[in-house]
Design a protein around this ligand. Structure first.
Ligand code: ATP
Ligand code: MG
Length: 397
């Protein structure tokens, strides 16, 4: 197969491949960008695989960065774009189920493609658009299926993250996992325990924000992988319900977390525990606490003005999206109107400051904060106008 029209990103990178080839080495486009181009999807980063060793690449180009030299990856900087260029490698043994014990550079493309996870990810493309397909990846793309390269049992035993990648691609691409690969995932699911949570998290979020989350979630459930996701163990029924309800991907990672915490019925402290086990950023924890609380309210009915104010505009939309998935009425228009009609949208917009109150005779100290907080509430809920004189008068009279 030869692609006639290469996307702009590949066209731009052709001279890089040509330079490597002119020096007597092989160079190919590999990975997700080749797969996505054949699927007619947009591509993000262009990855290059080459028979040249990292120091050979560095000799060929003026500007390079050692982004992962121990794995054979050098970034070539060309006209403002960076190209990750990785020497062909074969990965030998994986005694800890997550990282190869050693990386061996090889000169053969076939060796390099053999160690890749799925046939659809094991395609290579020459700079002229010729596709090299050693594992029937093109047929699998055509049949919209995910199939491990080689013996699936061995491949998941080598690297258990691949099982999460399989369910993630099932959702992102709306593909089915072929029976043999799915069976190997079922028998190896427990090995997911060995994988760093941060890496599982990346795949889970890509699954939930993918185009066919029902597909990915169904595979997560049927293979048993869900049991080895932090704090999922007690929530099989919730996950099944969410699977039935989630007809399209969550629009943001925050929505994805909110869907989980809301369907699991988690309260503030439980959300902290849950997200800490998933090793998210602290910022995510406070945001999800707010969106979850708001989504829970939305499942009961409309929000009060104060609830709208406290949640904040972006988080309101996330809470609404999650609540709608879980069966609430879509209140987005109403919420936007409520937000726009707020007398103030942030604390900063309050017409008095602590300094103003002190000048009017209020003593500094913790009560000052409480008074300000009360004024904020009175203004937001329309009980007091947002005017300095009225607010000062309300506390000093
Ligand atoms: P995305 O569009 O999400 O970037 P991708 O297929 O490019 O998808 P990457 O994680 O960027 O995924 O990896 C690039 C390529 O490296 C993959 O297409 C695959 O060939 C190979 N690969 C990545 N992770 C693994 C793994 N755990 N085991 C085997 N091969 C892998
Ligand atoms: Mg990629």
């Amino acid at each position: 197969m030869q692609l006639e029209h290469l996307p702009e990103e590949f066209e731009m990178a052709r001279p890089v491949l040509q330079t490597i080839e002119q020096a007597g080495y092989e160079a190919y486009f590999v990975g997700g960008s080749v797969r996505d181009t054949i699927l007619g999807k947009e591509i993000h980063d262009v990855d290059i695989a080459t028979s040249a060793y990292p120091d050979e690449i560095k000799h060929l180009f003026k500007r390079t960065v050692d982004t992962g030299i121990e794995h054979g990856t050098v970034m070539i900087l060309d006209h403002g774009t960076g190209y990750e260029t990785t020497t062909f490698r074969s990965e030998s043994t994986y005694t800890d189920f997550r990282r190869p014990d050693q990386v061996t550079f090889v000169r053969s493309l076939a060796e390099d493609l053999k160690r890749r996870d799925f046939t659809i990810n094991a395609l290579a493309m020459k700079e002229d658009g010729t596709v090299i397909d050693l594992f029937d990846g093109l047929a699998d793309l055509k049949h919209r299926q995910i199939c491990a390269v080689g013996d699936p049992q061995e491949r998941f035993h080598e690297d258990a993250l691949r099982m999460m990648r399989a369910v993630r691609f099932a959702s992102q691409l709306n593909f089915t996992i072929v029976p043999e690969t799915l069976a190997a995932m079922t028998s190896h699911a427990e090995l997911l325990r060995k994988i760093a949570v941060e890496r599982t998290q990346v795949e889970l979020l890509k699954l939930l924000t993918g185009q066919a989350p029902q597909q990915g979630l169904t595979d997560l459930l049927t293979t048993g992988l869900w049991q080895y996701c932090p704090d999922f163990a007690d929530h099989k029924a919730d996950l099944e319900r969410l699977t039935a309800q989630l007809h399209q991907g969550a629009s943001t990672d925050l929505t994805a977390w909110t869907l989980l915490t809301t369907s699991f019925g988690l309260e503030t402290n439980a959300i902290t525990t849950f997200l800490k086990h998933w090793k998210t950023a602290n910022q995510t924890i406070s945001a999800v606490q707010m969106t979850t609380k708001t989504a829970q309210h939305l499942l009961q009915g409309p929000l009060s003005t104060w609830q709208v104010y406290q949640c904040g505009e972006d988080q309101l939309m996330i809470a609404n999206e999650a609540a709608v998935v879980l069966g609430a009425t879509d209140r987005s228009r109403e919420l936007i109107a409520q937000w726009q009609n707020l007398p103030i949208q942030t604390k900063k917009a309050l017409a008095v400051t602590g300094r103003d109150l002190m000048q009017a005779g209020v003593q500094p100290g913790p009560q000052l904060g409480a008074i300000l907080g009360d004024l904020e509430y009175q203004v937001v809920t329309g009980k007091l106008p947002n005017e300095k004189s009225a607010l000062v008068a309300a506390v000093t009279d």
